[in-house]
Write a protein that binds this ligand. Structure first.
Ligand code: ZN
Length: 57
C-alpha cells in the first residue's frame, strides 16, 4: 500500500507531497524545486481518502 507523506526541503523550505511506500521507503528524497536531497519527511498528509477506523489490510 502506498500512502502519501509530506516532505519539506530544509534548504529552500519548499513543501511538497509525494507518495510514500513504507515497505520500500522513500525513494526520491530530493526537492523538486532546488533538487536538494536535504528533505525531511513530515507528518501524514491531511488529504486522506481512507475513512477513519478502516484499518483493514
Ligand atoms: Zn528545495
Amino acid at each position: 500500500m502506498t500512502e502519501t507523506a509530506n516532505f519539506k526541503c530544509l534548504r529552500c523550505g519548499h513543501q511538497y507531497t509525494r507518495p510514500y511506500d513504507p515497505e520500500t521507503g522513500p525513494q526520491e528524497r530530493m526537492c523538486p524545486k532546488c533538487r536538494s536531497n536535504s528533505v525531511r519527511r513530515l507528518k501524514k498528509a491531511k488529504q486522506e481518502t481512507k475513512a477513519p477506523g478502516g484499518g483493514k489490510k
